[in-house]
Design a protein around this ligand. Structure first.
Ligand code: GTP
Length: 267
């Protein structure tokens, strides 16, 4: 009842088009949204509230834009994160190079995971996740094939695999696991509404902000959910208090520290 409340910031990083938003969508709403690829602009925010024992844990998930145009902005989002998930496309070697770039960035950032360069704080750190449609080859990124997954749009895609690796504090190496997600069915390239995944969430489930209407300017007094760039004096702020209790997801409005919120391009 009177359990402790824990807020934790998690950030997703990786090259554009590797599936970061899709992973968040999967976690948030247990579904895969087919349709034309829309790049993220700035970042998107989703909150998940979970009960872990006596504790209420609120995860604030920041899905950053993968485009290199937003690289500087992504740095703002990973500051103060308790964990980072670096994503790459298992069929695209360039995305793996980009993942290495982000891992390097994170390792040089003392503010990620709350640990110093000596990595003394356990249980926090950087993780990576690569997805691969079933039957497209080995886990090693092959030589440059630009997103076979995109070319697969319009076809039926069986259960994709996700290879996840994680590194915690200390001098230990990386550990990896391979898991299988719910089979997903992709429909025609513009087939909105016909591509719900088998077993996916109900159609009426709330959509994350990035897929919905662009929020207007942040309300007066709205603070950034995390610290801004060093020296900007942007104060940390608590995660959205509006997220429901229990094991559920909500989406929030995220102010970009420079003012204004940016999510999906509405096209
Ligand atoms: N077949 C298949 N397609 C995927 C998978 N994950 C994502 N996609 C598709 O890949 C495209 C890009 O996915 P996004 O989730 O938007 O990628 P992103 O990393 O968020 O891209 P940015 O917002 O530009 O950083 C979309 O058309 C997705 O439908 C997957 O696991 N399998």
């Amino acid at each position: 009842m009177s359990g402790r409340r824990v807020d934790a910031k998690v950030v997703l990083l990786g090259q554009e088009g590797v599936g970061k938003s899709s992973l968040v969508e999967r976690c948030a709403h247990r579904r895969f949204r087919p349709g034309p690829y829309q790049n993220t602009i700035g970042a998107a925010f989703v909150a998940k509230v979970m009960s872990v024992g006596e504790q209420t844990v609120t995860l604030g998930i920041w899905d950053t834009a993968g485009s290199e145009r937003y690289e500087a902005m992504s740095r703002i989002y990973y500051r103060g994160a308790r964990a980072a998930i670096v994503c790459y496309d298992l069929t695209d070697s360039s995305s793996f190079q980009r993942a290495k770039f982000w891992v390097n960035e994170l390792q040089n950032c003392e503010e990620v995971g709350g640990r110093g360069r000596d990595g003394t704080e356990p249980g926090r750190g950087v993780g990576g996740c690569g997805t691969l449609p079933e039957g497209t080859g080995s886990r090693e990124p092959p030589s440059s094939r630009r997103s076979a997954r995109r070319r697969a749009a319009g076809s039926t895609c069986a259960a994709p695999r996700a290879t996840c690796w994680r590194r915690t504090g200390g001098s230990g190496g990386w550990t990896s696991t391979t898991c299988r997600t719910t089979p997903r069915v992709r429909t025609g390239s513009s087939g909105e509404g016909g591509g719900q995944e088998p077993g996916g969430g109900a159609g009426g489930a709330p959509r994350p902000v990035r897929h919905g209407a662009l929020p207007g300017p942040s309300p007066p007094g709205t603070a950034c959910p995390d610290s801004g760039p060093a020296g900007t004096g942007v104060p940390p702020a608590p995660l959205s208090p509006a997220v429901p209790r229990g094991d559920s997801w909500g989406s929030g409005v995220l102010p970009v520290p420079t003012g204004g919120c940016r999510f999906r391009d509405q096209g």
